[in-house]
Design a binder for this molecule. Structure first.
Ligand code: FAD
Length: 486
């Protein structure tokens, strides 16, 4: 069967749904092809089950196995609702099957019954996402090896869960399963958890994990698993440590982009297994009518970034005459740990590449000692950290480690995007007592330091502002692109 549509979207996750819904609601006939479940990673194996688990496991009255069942029930209910809602959108045809590009205008879909359907189209949007990277552990039986795709399917909470990888996913699930009552051990080859964040962030999160009794094995790698004793052997500085009574090993060592068997080579779309599909800041691939959004690209690893990219692609396809001048926005990054970690704007390495260190002022406000809310809520660790240009107060980046940091970070994202300086944030009135009043403290510090030494600040600014570090180490293309556009 051959059908013609305006746009074919491959993958019904956060990115694909945004594009498909956006175009369909603008009257463009869209075919949305999904090989598994509507909602993709976020609804089925990512954000929704993990945040539901974190929420329910944190209740004092929670029964571990009942919580795991409730997570699945709530996840399935949302998936059913989304499937029904998207299935009923006018101009949107949801097709179950696996898609493959045959040419820049033709897509073949292998249907669940083995049949094939050919779609011809003007535009193609690739939104095939990513999957957990696997790690082979000698002796570990398949049924004990979990990834984020299977962890929400277990019926019984583990007595002891080993988590390989102390990144965002590993850390979030460590807190959640510890709250459920499981013994939890994190194993990471890095010297600290959340290695992509500032060392200050890792220190707070490690202290919090430690307080809760989560065992950390850092600078360590898995050696082997002994099924007869249910023991994982971990190698650390040449020494072997044994972790006993393990029910499961969760492998959370990163993600791989879904670029295989898509026909990318056939139509000449540039990609690599490492960085995914190459796109410009507007989601355009090197093939004129083919776009890519979400986890399958180099710059997105979140639902909100897939969504933001999707909206930009909708704009281009539906309103090609609108100017494309806005750079790709900064995407805030959150770790839903306890306390939460939220970052936005340029990363420290990006700042280091663009600005002389003497041009940037880093201000840190401790929640425990410098906010009354930290005192009332007995928050012992946590901070607000801002990197701003001296004198001008231009905000470059911010990190918040606090309860509900995820809700507070948009303040800084808005400020960075709209060029709202420290001076203007200073004029804002913050409710008392809140953690966000720490932002005012940060602006107080900035203004005090600047105004009490205006001459010194001015001369430092004039001296260092044109500095561009030559030959600095090249970053991953995604990071590079964001830095250039900022
Ligand atoms: C445990 C965990 C927690 C997370 N928590 C958060 C969070 O709190 N906040 C956040 O922002 N992000 C979070 N994420 C990340 C977020 O889930 C992803 O960034 C987001 O879902 C990516 O959306 P996407 O549309 O790019 O891809 P996906 O959601 O992966 O969708 C891709 C879809 O394409 C389909 N597909 C692939 N190949 C084909 C093909 N050939 N034909 C047809 N269909 C195909 C797949 O089946 C899939 O449904 C989390 C991830 C995990 C694993």
């Amino acid at each position: 069967v051959t059908d013609h549509v305006h746009t074919v979207v491959i993958g019904a996750g956060s990115g694909g749904l945004t594009v498909a819904y956006g175009l369909a609601s603008l009257g463009k006939p869209v075919a949305l092809i999904e090989t598994r479940h509507v909602g993709g990673d976020c609804t089925n194996t990512g954000c929704i089950p993990s945040k539901t688990l974190i929420h329910l496991a944190g209740r004092s009255d929670s029964n571990a196995d009942a919580v795991l069942a409730a997570v699945r029930r709530r996840r399935d209910a949302l998936r059913d609702k989304e499937t029904q809602e998207f299935g009923a959108v006018a101009n949107l045809r949801l097709i179950s099957g696996r898609a493959r590009l045959v040419s820049p205008e033709r897509v073949a879909v292998t249907l669940p019954d083995g049949g094939e359907r050919i779609l011809t189209t003007r535009h193609i949007v690739l939104a095939t996402g990513a999957r957990p990277r696997m790690l082979a552990i000698p002796g570990l039986p398949a049924e004990r090896a979990l990834t984020s795709e299977r962890i929400f399917e277990i019926d019984t909470a583990p007595r002891h869960l080993a988590i390989i990888g102390g990144g965002a996913i590993g850390v979030e699930l460590a807190f959640a399963f510890r709250d459920l009552g499981s013994q939890v051990s994190i194993i990471d080859i890095a010297p600290r958890v959340l290695i992509r964040h500032l060392p200050e962030v890792s220190r707070v999160i490690e202290a919090s994990l430690h307080t809760r009794g989560v065992a950390l094995h850092l600078n360590a790698r898995t050696h082997s698993y002994d099924e007869s004793a249910q023991t994982l052997r971990v190698e650390q500085s040449g020494q072997i440590t044994s972790l006993h009574d393990l029910d499961y090993v969760l492998i959370a060592v990163g993600r791989e982009r879904n670029v295989e068997d898509l026909g990318l080579e056939t139509v000449g779309v540039r990609f690599s297994t490492q960085a995914g599909i190459e796109t410009d800041a507007y989601g355009r691939t090197n093939v004129r009518n083919i776009y890519a959004v979400g986890d399958v690209t180099a710059t997105s690893a979140f639902t909100h970034s897939a969504n933001a990219q999707g909206r930009r692609v909708v704009q281009q396809i539906a309103f090609p005459w609108l100017p494309l001048r806005t750079p790709e926005p900064f995407y805030p990054e959150i770790v839903f740990s306890n306390p939460e970690v939220a970052t936005t704007g340029m990363k420290p390495e990006q700042i280091a590449q663009r600005y002389h260190p003497n041009l940037v002022k880093r201000i840190r406000i401790d929640l425990a000692t410098q906010t009354d809310r930290g005192y009332t809520d007995e928050v012992h660790h946590g901070f607000i950290m801002v990197d701003a240009v001296r004198l001008t107060g231009k905000i470059l980046g911010a990190t918040i480690v606090a309860p509900k940091a995820s809700e507070m970070i948009s303040f800084f994202t808005l400020a960075i995007q709209e060029g709202i300086s420290m001076y203007r944030l200073y004029r804002t009135v913050y409710p008392y007592p809140t953690f966000s009043s720490g932002i005012q403290k940060a602006t107080d510090t900035f203004l005090r330091d600047t105004l009490t030494d205006l001459r010194g600040e001015l001369s430092a600014y004039l001296r260092y502002r044109w500095f561009q570090r030559r030959g600095a180490a090249s970053f991953a293309s995604a990071i590079d692109r964001q830095a250039r556009q900022s």
